[in-house]
Design a protein around this ligand. Structure first.
Ligand SMILES: [Cu+2]
Length: 229
């Protein structure tokens, strides 16, 4: 992994995350342009080359430097609102996963199927295999089919947690007595890692999330083998 990749967002594994990354880059472009321009103006103050008495009490220039920032804000706000509403959209999901936060583990229920439910605990550093990530791997991974519209219902049993998988662009608070829902489509197979993102107690850092994205057939095999147990 290149050093720079720690500074950026994770690669997208869902269409919405692709949009979020695009939006982030779009905003960064605008910000860098503004920073460069303002930096240039500030620097030119010292040489007095650009700012002179013709820029003071000059109404056309004042109109421009009031309306241009307003336009820039609209330029940022519109795609942001569009994404916000897209993230809220629940597109007739084919599968519903229920996830409940506990101090300090996650439990999952596949309510579309009979009795497929399990708890998901972090794998202790002592029991870790050399191939898995420390503090990120769990004993029971959340298996989900890719290229399927998935709805996740999120709640908590004790305190507020937050179910987060960065590569899917998903982050939702798990609140006792309240049911939150998010929707996503996973666009590729793989293992996607996340962590509880709401400080929930002493072992807050030790309740990771692992989503295992597989093909529909593998998912159905997994479901039938899980429901037999
Ligand atoms: Cu938590």
């Amino acid at each position: 992994m290149a050093t720079w990749s720690y500074l950026t967002l994770q690669d997208a594994s869902s269409p919405l995350m692709e949009q979020l990354i695009f939006f982030h880059d779009h905003i960064m472009l605008v910000l860098v342009l503004i920073l460069t321009f303002v930096g240039y103006l500030m620097a030119s103050l010292f040489s007095n080359s650009l700012i002179n008495r013709y820029m003071l009490e000059n109404q056309p220039i004042e109109i421009i430097w009031t309306s241009v920032p307003a336009l820039i804000l609209i330029f940022i706000a519109l795609p942001s609102l569009r994404l916000l509403y897209l993230l809220d959209e629940i597109n007739s999901p084919s599968l519903t996963l229920k996830t409940i936060g506990h101090q300090w583990y996650w439990s999952y229920e596949y309510s579309d199927f009979l009795q497929v439910e399990f708890d998901s605990y972090m794998v202790n550093s002592n029991d870790l295999e050399s191939s898995s990530f420390r503090l990120l791997d769990v004993d029971n991974r959340t298996v989900l089919p890719m290229m399927t519209q998935i709805r996740v219902l999120i709640s908590a049993a004790d305190v507020i947690h937050s179910w987060t998988v960065p590569t899917l662009g998903v982050k939702a608070d798990a609140i006792p007595g309240r049911l939150n829902q998010v929707s996503f489509l996973i666009s590729r197979p793989g293992l996607f890692y996340g962590q509880c993102s709401e400080i929930c107690g002493a072992n807050h850092s030790f309740m990771p999330i692992v989503v295992e994205s597989v093909s529909t057939n593998s998912f159905l095999n997994w479901i039938s083998s899980s429901s037999e147990m």
